[in-house]
Design a protein around this ligand. Structure first.
Ligand code: C2E
Ligand code: CA
Ligand code: CA
Ligand code: CA
Length: 279
């Protein structure tokens, strides 16, 4: 370590060191979690606001650390991205989710479409599309039953890295594509092309307290009108209350996902939920 002069600088450097130690430890634990198969998948349903039918179900990674207990994706995903482990974790999650959805499909359990989150680092892997097609085929899930949730910034990162071409290839096979966290990025409108995108997902920051917050109401109304004009469907994320659901319905939002409908659930629970919900 370097010799420091000022007290404040040495305090800062102490903080930084702790931060680095923490990240190193987490990185080490993530590697163990991969080999020990500690990553699990939870599922959170999405329902149609017009008739209550199930329109989709999102797969969300979960990690229960042997000593620390549950660690949120918001804590470990940034570290996994920094140390290049996210593509590996992503494939574990995607494969598990696709196999589970294929089982539902075979058992005649309606789930709409399975939605999986895919980050830029996962998509940039040269064989991501091959992995996806191979997994769908092995599991026996039709590509039409799958949707990829991708944030805007990744879609913008297009031609040079070959992501755009890869996404077109994946979509041509029948897989749906959607813009996740819509409204939080930039240059959104130029990238909302109905020939490339099937669904917009409104981030929960615009959905929460929408009934009390006039600005959120305006934003959601604008996004909903944009989507309707373009013929793209729309799902609102993070609706926690009946009042939020009612506001979303009044604004003409197609679908909703959130604690007011269901929490993310482990696979057995998700299956029971889907079966109980079926008409
Ligand atoms: P996201 O894609 O925006 O996912 C929605 C997040 O909102 C999830 O957090 C979900 O549990 C949470 N949520 C759903 N309904 C409600 C609600 O009514 N109220 C509140 N307060 N929260 C709600 P989670 O599971 O912690 O995931 C955080 C983020 O981590 C996700 O945000 C996504 O960006 C990323 N992520 C999760 N799983 C995966 C994965 O398998 N692969 C990749 N690449 N990213 C993932
Ligand atoms: Ca998502
Ligand atoms: Ca996200
Ligand atoms: Ca979000």
């Amino acid at each position: 370590a370097k010799k420091q002069g000022g007290g404040s600088f040495s305090f800062f450097s102490e903080e930084l060191r702790r931060e680095l130690d923490h990240r190193k430890q987490l990185e080490h634990d993530i590697r163990i979690a991969i080999s020990e198969k500690e990553f699990q998948v939870y599922f959170q349903p999405q329902v149609s606001l017009s008739n209550g039918s199930i329109s989709g179900i999102e797969a969300l990674v979960r990690w229960t650390h042997a000593e620390r207990g549950a660690i949120a994706p918001g804590e470990f995903i940034p570290v996994a991205e920094k140390c290049g482990l996210m593509p590996e974790i992503g494939r574990i999650v995607i494969a598990k989710a696709i196999h589970e959805a294929a089982d539902w499909n075979r058992d005649g359990i309606a789930f709409g479409r399975l939605a999986v989150n895919v980050s830029g680092s996962e998509l940039r892997e040269p064989d991501f599309d091959a992995f996806l097609f191979d997994t769908l085929q092995k599991a026996g899930l039709p590509p039409e039953k799958l949707s990829l949730e991708i944030v805007e910034s990744v879609i913008l990162d297009d031609e040079k890295t070959g992501i755009a071409a890869k996404l077109r290839h994946i979509r041509a096979a029948g897989v749906h594509l959607e813009l996740d966290d819509f409204g939080t990025g930039y240059a959104s409108l130029s990238h909302v092309n109905p020939n490339e995108i099937d669904r917009l997902k409104i981030d929960r920051r615009f959905v929460q307290k929408i009934n009390e917050n006039g600005d959120n109401t305006k934003i959601v109304r604008a996004i909903t009108e944009l989507a309707r004009g373009l013929g793209i469907s729309i799902v609102a994320e993070g609706a926690e209350t009946e009042a939020e659901l009612n506001s979303l319905m009044a604004l003409g939002c197609d679908q909703v996902q959130g604690y007011s409908i269901a929490f993310p659930m482990p696979q057995e629970k998700a299956r029971e939920w889907l079966v109980a919900r079926a008409p």
